[in-house]
Design a protein around this ligand. Structure first.
Ligand code: HMG
Length: 410
């Protein structure tokens, strides 16, 4: 019951985080909040910030381009984009990514929505599609900008980033078990109406509902034949902020009458501490973080995953780490990505936060800020103009552009 006959799972996994971040000590100072509330209370250090010339599509394309370098891209038959930061009500962001990456025309492309767990629905759908046709590979992209109002309690739990996973019958990283626990309840813990740029949230309620969803999804996972608690070696949780993962871990141990093992917990949270909430991408940022920073050889170890999406849905599932997984990791690129980022001043952060694209239909040219591989060049005739960046701007140009945007929008 636990493992499928043919292993299906993640063949390649790559991240993208924008090249800018805000240090939470700077945020604490600006808001008159003890920085230990962020570093200890929320267990977060930094949050990635999306520059004005990037969005869910450019970030998703950057992660996907990196993942596809490791596989035979001509076998991609489906592209899914899971996002809460969609750019169009009709056309799927997955089609823009498909076009930017010049993927095969014999392909399905669509977008998925159910808050942070739509990426997991994408993963489960991909596993079924590959089981149906094992010759095809499915590209699941999760990309988001987590955004709350300036000065609100949610502000330190923002972030931005993307993950791309190639799901196939040749998994080199993780092969998934068949048992999946599910839970849905109609809740108003976090939502974003079409006319608002920032999420609405009932923070304390969202934490309670997250834990309830975990409990129900876990019990369902066990009823579906999922592995007993004691046989799970590592855990990855959706991480809106790292302390939430720690609360979830304690809760799962309590309801399973077990200890909460600490091995791998800090490792699974290492990237999230620096990137912040990436909504749909968060759980899989945690998986990359675990596989790339855990000093132990995880070959054959079983990982328990909990995916949560406000509104709300939860899914508990598990998978085993494949032999030779270390050779298939994109770890060096990820370390460079995090290391080479620019620290924003609080002034620039706030200016970027207030900055928005015109909503009156006028054409717009976006200032060149990002040094990522794809950028949003502007809007013409109501159409977003994306471009591949051949040469990255020098760091001094970036600083100048950063200032220009800050000044233009102050
Ligand atoms: P808050 O009310 O400002 O914070 O908002 P608090 O007063 O509850 O403090 C937070 C923690 O810091 C507490 O620890 C304090 O004790 C501690 P806890 O008791 O919880 O363990 N603290 C300190 N520690 C050390 N030194 C100090 C200090 N001061 C306080 N000086 C809240 C916190 C998370 C509610 C807020 O940031 C928020 O609303 N965030 C957004 C919502 C969210 O992330 N919810 C999580 C569950 S919902 C979810 O995961 C889905 C989501 O990703 C969206 C989606 O699905 O699409 C959000």
């Amino acid at each position: 019951m636990i493992s499928p006959v043919t292993p299906i799972g993640i063949e390649a996994l790559s991240l993208y985080a924008p090249p800018f971040y805000l240090d939470l000590d700077d945020l604490g100072k600006a808001r008159g909040v003890d920085p230990r509330k962020y570093r200890v209370g929320l267990a977060q250090d930094e949050m990635a910030m999306c520059p004005p010339d990037e969005d869910a599509v450019t970030m998703g394309a950057a992660a996907a381009a990196a993942a596809l370098r490791q596989v035979d891209a001509s076998k991609i038959g489906v592209v899914m984009l899971a996002t809460e930061s969609g750019i169009d009500q009709s056309k799927a962001g997955a089609i823009y990514i498909h076009g930017l990456l010049d993927l095969p025309r014999a392909c399905w492309c669509f977008e998925l929505k159910q808050a942070c767990c739509s990426s997991t629905m994408g993963l489960h759908t991909a596993l079924a599609l590959v089981a149906q046709r094992p010759d095809r590979k499915v590209l699941v992209v999760a990309s988001d900008i987590a955004r709350y109002g300036l000065g609100t309690p949610g502000e330190p739990t923002q972030g931005a980033g993307a993950v791309a996973m190639v799901i196939s019958a040749e998994p080199r990283l993780v092969a998934f078990d068949t048992a999946v626990g599910s839970y849905t309840a109609d809740e108003m813990d976090f939502w974003r109406p079409n006319y608002l740029r920032e999420a609405q949230v009932d923070g304390k309620h969202s934490i309670r509902v997250y834990l309830e969803a975990l409990e129900h999804a876990w019990r369902d996972y066990r009823e579906q034949g999922g592995a007993p608690y004691a046989s799970l070696d590592r855990f990855c949780y959706h991480l809106p902020f790292n302390k939430m993962g720690q609360k979830a871990h304690q809760h799962l141990a309590r309801i399973s009458h077990g200890e909460a093992p600490q091995a791998g917990m800090a490792e699974a949270q290492a990237y999230g501490r620096r990137i912040g909430n990436t909504y749909t991408a968060s759980l899989y940022v945690g998986l990359a973080s675990l596989l790339e920073t855990d000093p132990e050889d995880l070959t054959g170890r079983r990982i328990g995953f909990f995916s949560y999406g406000s509104g709300c849905m939860g899914s508990f599932f598990s998978g085993r780490v494949m032999p030779g997984y270390r050779e298939a990791l994109d770890a060096e690129r990820h370390h460079r990505l995090l290391h080479d980022r620019h620290r924003l001043s609080i002034g620039t952060y706030e200016a970027w936060h207030r900055h928005d694209l015109p909503e009156d239909g006028s054409d717009y040219e976006t200032p060149r800020v990002s040094d990522g591989p794809f950028r949003l060049a502007g809007i013409r005739d109501h159409q977003r103009q994306y471009e591949r960046v051949e040469t990255a701007p020098a760091a001094s140009d970036l600083a100048e552009a950063e200032t220009e945007v800050a000044l233009a929008d102050a």
